[in-house]
Design a protein around this ligand. Sequence first.
Ligand code: G4P
Length: 525
Amino acid sequence: MSDPRTEAKRRRTFAIISHPDAGKTTLTEKFLLYGGMLTAGAGAVKAKGGRRSATSDWMELEQQRGISITSTVLQFPYRGMVLNLLDTPGHRDFSEDTYRVLAATDAAIMVLDGSKGIESQTRKLFEVCRDREIPTVTFINKWDRPSRDALELLDEIEEQLILEPVPMSWPVGDGERFRGLIDRQTGDFVRYTRTARGASEAPEEIVEPARAEAEEGDLWLEAKEGVELLDVMERTFDAKRFESGELSPVFFGSALTNFGVRMILDAIVDLVPSPSPRIDENDQPRPLEDPFSGIVFKVQANMDKAHRDRVAFMRVCSGKFERGMVVTHGPTGKPFATKYAHSVSGQDRETVEEAYPGDVVGLVNANDFRVGDSIFVDKAVKWPAVPAFAPSHFRVARSTDTSRSKQFRSGITQLDEEGVVQVLREPDVGDQAPILAAVGPLQFEVVQYRLENEFGAPVELNACSWTTARITDEESREKLRGMSGVTVAARSDGELLALFESQYWLQRLELDQPELTLDKLIAEG
Ligand code: G4P
């Protein structure tokens, strides 16, 4: 029963990507409702055991700003399967974090607001999925509100994302008159009934086409015409093309009223591939039945003020994880005892006794662990490096309280190791005034907040004129030294970054001195 391959087949590990407000949180809560993890009650949906909600807003800052910064993991059962939902931050400033989370998932659910279609953050996040060839399921949400034309939305997906949309369901009516969905596979009408505030599952009735026509009249005929058009256009699902990220099955619905939620969950079970052997640094797959191995995709300190510890989130890649086992930390070769292993959902921690490929475990006190690290037993493995994003915002950090400079230094090191920002140092300036490099400026707010609140180290973050970074080497560094408008600083992973004040100046330099090493970082605008 509990061999890793069989258990892996029962698992689906995925993330939801969306533009803020499209309905990611609502859909997450509804997944938990359908997974039996929430008890229906009057008013707001409440989690079992009195937990507040499915959201991951555990940091004060997140609550103040109303944004989700950190990533957490939810595990819930559905149809005898184990579903692992990895949360991704919604704000574009944290796209680097999202990238790392997506490195640990097998699929993404892309949620669109039916009245808006593709929005800026949808595009940005989808690009990450494409980059990683992650299969993407599309959910067009809020169909209980006046929406845009369904065919027009499909065109938009195709044109803007270069992704073939294949509707698996088709809406019957919209807004107030949203009645249900045609299941394209069976041709049947799935009619839903609204429940008060969507607090319990929406009752579903499967209606044969002839009866649907008699009962729904024009709404049915209109929807049927849409489906016929899709058939003519040969929009058919192809598992291979889905798995390689070329095609996306599309579902319509309303997370708020629960219409279509079950279909999405069924799609996760039926279409999303189960965890497969992870490819190592040498392009070799690590078989699922090999001894335990995992990849760290997120490191987070001080999640719980009462504990003041560091949690490394690890996805199991092969074998069986058992709490208490002693694993080897790849990069240092040191043994690590997994006495404190948790599943971490928001602030709630539950001890994990065992986990299988696709599952995520939070390892407490994993102080040496960094994003991308391998951990294993018996048979060593190293994963390909998780690349760092191109920073385009820079600040010089200085402690404003000299008596706290030790805390300042250890805080900066900690946040660097977590990947909250990239930390660069100019050789002549050293630790006093490190350069912080970020993809988005909100990352600096997190740094400032956490340095002050967790480390008691007030800082000032001074604006800088650099706008672009390139990876360089020692030889080019010598040549760049002394040029105006460029500074070379070392990142803590050892890479040398050349920082430019002007894009124009950089382009000229590339043309005039092609011998210089000025390599682009990934995901540059
Ligand atoms: P996010 O996590 O992607 O940012 O979105 P979230 O689920 O928080 O949803 C954003 C808003 O959209 C919420 O309204 C939510 O109730 C609403 N919403 C989500 N799904 C649907 C849907 O299917 N239909 C309709 N009509 N609305 C939907 P809010 O007013 O901001 O919050 P609340 O007061 O309703 O909680």
